[in-house]
Design a protein around this ligand. Structure first.
Ligand code: MYA
Length: 173
């Protein structure tokens, strides 16, 4: 999936420091919003360099097959974790392409640990990968690659903002 012309990218000096949560982009976001009525509430933590980490408890409402996570929920979690990583470059992005290898069933009640990394960029394109495990990094349960496209936030959402759902404590997007 990586293009031949991929170039290295550099972490922005003003990016969230390692060990700290990368700021919420929207409190009503399905992936990270702390006020979303239904959502994953994932906290993405900046790592060293171009890496991020996150953890997600697999709740009963995330069930797909009996006793295991729904594949779409896991996909949304990967999207959130990898989609937050370009903020280390101080670039807001949207998902262009996301692909996932589901290696093992993930039981309800487990905690999925994610480690994501920015691989490089070409113009507005940011290439990322992410691995998920249940506590043993040597035993991954899923892995993903995704391409994100940097956007101008104002322009990108200009035709949709009137539909936005707000909370009482909305912090903007
Ligand atoms: C969400 C809020 C933001 C705030 C942020 C922070 C954290 C958030 C965490 C959020 C996590 C959750 C995040 C979510 O869930 S985001 C929600 C899901 N994603 C979307 O809704 C995006 C919908 N798509 C679009 O709006 C447009 O298509 C975009 C903006 C992506 C590009 O349309 P635009 O007209 O602007 O640009 P362009 O068409 O010239 O393309 C530019 C370049 O990209 C290449 N390309 C494009 N698509 C693909 C593709 N599928 N595979 C391979 N390549 C692709 C294209 O060839 C070109 O390459 P090159 O010619 O340079 O070589």
């Amino acid at each position: 999936m990586l293009p031949a012309d991929i170039e290295p990218v550099i972490r922005d000096p003003k990016a969230t420091p390692p060990g700290h949560r990368i700021d919420l982009h929207h409190s009503m976001c399905f992936g990270c919003g702390s006020e979303a009525p239904v959502g994953l509430r994932i906290e993405v933590i900046a790592g060293e360099g171009l890496t991020v980490t996150a953890a997600m408890k697999v709740e009963d409402w995330m069930q797909g097959g009996p006793g295991v996570i729904h594949g779409g929920v896991l996909s949304a979690a990967f999207d959130e974790v990898m989609g937050t990583s370009p903020l280390l470059l101080r670039k807001p992005v949207v998902t262009g392409h996301l692909e996932i290898d589901y290696a093992k069933p993930i039981p309800l009640g487990s905690t999925v640990h994610f480690t994501g990394e920015i691989l490089g960029g070409v113009r507005r394109k940011v290439y990322t990968r992410c691995v998920a495990h249940l506590g043993d990094p040597a035993n991954p349960v899923a892995a993903a690659h995704a391409l994100f496209i940097a956007i101008d936030l104002e322009k990108h959402f200009s035709g949709y903002r009137e539909r936005a759902v707000h909370s009482q404590h909305q912090n903007g997007a």
